[in-house]
Write a protein that binds this ligand. Structure first.
Ligand code: ADP
Ligand code: MG
Length: 244
């Protein structure tokens, strides 16, 4: 299977404090890897290292066989190929849904505006939001904004999509609609690395589960092994702290 992401011996520190230590992770095309772990264990930092938002102390991150080189010009190119959605939907408040979606492809990728609009409308249709194309973010619910943020990331045709706790800031009744969008992307064979605390969702969507604790990968495996038969005490305790 084609390798999309390859993280080798990644160590990340803020000054003297090591927050990720010797992390190794490979993600293949079409694979969905879900990362869980206690708050502060380094999940967001890992995603930010993948996207080269953070300088790493040791190790390498490669995208489709190319080591990501921390030189500015190349970084922008790399970031075009990695989609990222955060907890707080970061849509541009003064642009409509359609403008939010077409801005980067037209500006950065020099896509034809009409084509980009067509594509955006088709994506909105799929998530049931075509009637919102001319709305501004403030006119949408949190769940709707987050769904737009996801399809906006798809407009750049990323090789891999990184999702960092994308439902954490949502009211409970909106979580489902957002997770359903992600489940559909998984069914389409999108390559994704997902950080979430929604364990039932994780189990449903993951090809592989990864547990990080104190900056290290402590355990990984198929969702079944991971949830039914955790090998380490640390993972067992972590899972027990959820009543899902
Ligand atoms: P998680 O996403 O798993 O909750 P983070 O990756 O956000 O954890 O943080 C991992 C650790 O790194 C935490 O101890 C956090 O305090 C620390 N950290 C994160 N960002 C910074 C920063 N910019 N400067 C210093 N320490 C940071
Ligand atoms: Mg985080």
């Amino acid at each position: 299977m084609e390798e999309i992401l390859n993280i080798k011996n990644l160590t990340k520190a803020y000054d003297d404090i090591v927050v990720l230590e010797q992390v190794n992770l490979t993600v293949h095309k079409g694979e969905v890897v879900v990362i869980v772990g206690p708050s502060g264990c380094g999940k967001s930092t890992l995603l930010r290292c993948i996207n080269a938002f953070e300088e790493i102390r040791e190790g390498t991150v490669s995208l489709c066989g190319e080591t990501i080189n921390p030189c500015r010009e190349k970084l922008n190119k790399v970031r075009e190929r990695i989609g990222m959605v955060f907890q707080s939907y970061d849509l541009f408040p003064h642009k409509t849904v359609l403008q939010n979606m077409t801005l980067a492809p037209v500006k950065v990728k020099k896509a034809n505006k009409k084509d980009a609009e067509q594509e955006a409308l088709a994506l909105l249709e799929r998530i049931g939001l075509s009637t919102k194309k001319d709305s501004y973010p403030r006119q949408l619910s949190g769940g709707q904004k987050q769904r737009v943020a996801i399809v906006r990331a798809l407009m750049m045709h990323p090789e891999v999509l990184l999702l960092d706790e994308i439902t954490a800031a949502l009211d409970p009744e909106m979580v489902r609609e957002v997770l359903d969008v992600v489940i559909n992307l998984a069914k389409e064979g999108r390559t994704m690395v997902i950080v979430t605390h929604e364990l039932a969702f994780a189990r449903a969507v993951a090809d592989r589960m990864v547990f990080i604790d104190c900056g290290r990968i402590v355990e990984e495996g198929t969702p079944e092994e991971f949830f039914e038969n955790p090998k380490t005490d640390r993972l067992r305790k972590f899972l027990d702290s959820f009543s899902y």
